[in-house]
Design a protein around this ligand. Structure first.
Ligand code: NAP
Length: 299
C-alpha cells in the first residue's frame, strides 16, 4: 500500500521541546513557528529585526493564545551578534531539541557582512556555521536533538572558488554567489554528519529544501516574482521538507528532503538527492577549514 503524503499532522506532539528557527519573521520560517507552536513546542524566533519578530509572534499568538514564543535578536551577517545570541541563549535555556538553520537571502546586490564576507556566503553559510558551533554543546546535552540545514535546488549552480570565497578577484555574479552559498549548506551538513558519526551524544544532522515557495526571498528578482504566479507553492507547503527533516521519527543522519513533484519544485516532502559535487569530501573538508578560520569558531 502506498504511504500517505507526509504533512504536519504527522508531527508528534512537541510539548517540552525547545526549537530555534533562524529567520522566522517571514516565509517558511514563520510557518515553522506557527505549526510547531500548534504542536506545543516552545519556539525561539531568532531574528535580525526584533520589532518585526514581535509582530509575527503576536500574530501567531492571537491565533493560538497558548503559543510559547521567545523573540531573540540574531543577525547572521555579524559574528558579534551571533556570539551574543548564543551567550544569551545558553544563559536562558538548558536544552535545545531542534536547531532549524533557515534564514537566508537570495541574489541580492553585492554587499559585505560586518566582518567583510560576501553577503550571501556570509549570511547563508558562515553565519549558520558559527551559530551551530556555539550551540553544539547544548545540542549534545539534549537527548535526540537535531540540526536541520536549509539548502536549495540552486545548489546545482554552486561551484565555490575556495581561493576567492569573498569574490574579490572576480566580477561579482549574484546568482552564482547564491548557488555557492546553497551548495556550501550541503557541504556543511554532510561534513558535520561525518564529524559527529562516532559521538553517541551528537545531534542528528539532516538537510532540506522548500522547492519553489513564494516568499520574501524573491524580493531582488522581479522575473522570479512574476513566475511565482505560475510555479510556486505556498509557505505552508514549502516548510514541510524542513519539518520532516526535523521531526520525522524515521529520518536518518544525512537525509535530504525536498518536494516530490515537478522537478522538486512543489509537493509533499520526500527524500531527494543533491548533486554529485555536493558530496565531494575534499571540498567539504576544505570549506570546513576555511569556515573555521573565517569565523574563528572551531568544532
Ligand atoms: N522560497 C524559496 O523558493 C526557496 C527555495 C530554496 C531555498 N530557500 C531557502 O529557504 C530559506 C528561507 O527562505 P524564505 O523563502 O522563507 O525567505 P524569506 O521570506 O525572505 O525569509 C528569510 C528569513 O531570513 C531572515 N534573514 C535574512 N538575513 C538575515 C540575517 N542577516 N540575520 C538573520 N536573519 C536573516 C529574514 O529576515 P527579515 O525579515 O529581517 O528580512 C527572514 O526572516 C532560505 O535559506 C532560502 O535560501 C527558499
Amino acid at each position: 500500500m502506498a504511504k500517505a503524503k507526509w504533512g504536519e499532522s504527522q508531527i508528534p506532539n512537541q510539548k517540552g521541546k525547545l526549537v530555534i528557527v533562524t529567520g522566522s519573521t517571514s516565509g517558511i520560517g514563520k510557518e515553522a513557528v506557527r505549526i510547531l507552536t500548534d504542536k506545543q513546542a516552545t519556539l525561539v524566533m531568532s531574528v535580525r529585526n526584533t520589532q518585526k519578530g514581535d509582530l509575527v509572534a503576536a500574530e501567531i499568538q492571537s491565533a493560538n493564545p497558548e503559543a510559547k514564543i521567545k523573540v531573540m535578536q540574531l543577525d547572521l551577517s555579524s559574528l558579534e551578534s551571533i556570539k551574543d545570541f548564543a551567550a544569551n541563549f545558553n544563559q536562558y535555556f538548558d536544552r535545545l531539541d531542534v536547531l532549524i538553520n533557515n534564514a537566508g537571502i537570495m541574489m541580492c546586490p553585492h554587499a559585505k557582512t560586518t566582518d567583510g564576507f560576501e553577503i550571501q556566503m556570509g549570511t547563508n553559510h558562515l553565519g549558520h556555521f558559527a551559530l551551530t558551533g556555539y550551540l553544539l554543546p547544548l545540542l549534545k546535552k539534549t537527548k535526540n536533538s537535531r540540526i536541520v540545514v536549509t539548502s536549495s535546488v540552486a545548489h546545482k549552480f554552486g561551484k565555490i572558488n575556495l581561493d576567492d570565497i569573498n569574490w574579490e578577484k572576480r566580477k561579482y555574479n549574484t546568482n552564482n554567489a547564491y548557488g555557492d552559498s546553497k551548495i556550501a549548506n550541503l557541504y556543511f551538513a554532510y561534513e558535520l554528519v561525518r564529524k559527529l558519526k562516532s559521538d553517541p551524544h551528537a545531534p542528528m544532522v539532516t538537510a532540506a529544501h522548500p522547492g519553489w515557495t513564494r516568499t520574501e526571498l524573491q524580493r531582488h528578482k522581479s522575473g522570479i516574482r512574476f513566475l511565482n504566479n505560475f510555479f510556486s507553492q505556498a509557505p505552508e507547503m514549502g516548510i514541510l521538507p524542513s519539518l520532516r527533516a526535523g521531526f520525522d521519527p524515521e529520518a536518518k543522519a544525512g537525509d535530504y528532503y525536498g518536494p516530490a513533484k515537478y522537478f522538486e519544485m512543489q509537493g509533499h516532502p520526500v527524500i531527494v538527492k543533491s548533486n554529485q559535487l555536493s558530496h565531494d569530501r575534499d571540498i567539504a573538508k576544505q570549506l570546513w577549514d576555511i569556515s573555521e578560520e573565517m569565523t574563528g569558531v572551531k568544532y
